[in-house]
Write a protein of this length. Structure first.
Length: 91
């Protein structure tokens, strides 16, 4: 798997984590958190939502770092081979 594909997967995974985090926060309660009272049905729902987004963020960061390492190892960037500037072209 090339580094480009891993980078693309990591970005989509991060976006999915943010969306799923908001869905978790909204589904666990019927309204935004009320900080004035204690009437919150699930007081930790936004904590859970940010935790879900954070877990997806960690996974996304690992994938993105793997993409950078994969591109470094294969010496390619966006499908094009990186040429050494000190290397002379003999053709």
């Amino acid at each position: 798997m090339s580094g480009f594909v891993l980078r693309k997967i990591s970005i989509y995974l991060m976006i999915a984590g943010i969306v799923i985090g908001f869905i978790v926060g909204i589904v666990l309660g019927d309204y935004p958190p009320q900080f004035e009272g204690i009437q919150e049905p699930h007081p930790l729902r936004w904590f859970f939502a940010f935790m879900v987004a954070g877990i997806f963020g960690i996974i996304s960061s690992v994938l993105y770092a793997g993409a950078v390492v994969a591109e470094t190892i294969t010496d390619t960037f966006n499908g094009e081979e990186i040429k050494d500037p000190t290397e002379k072209d003999l053709t």
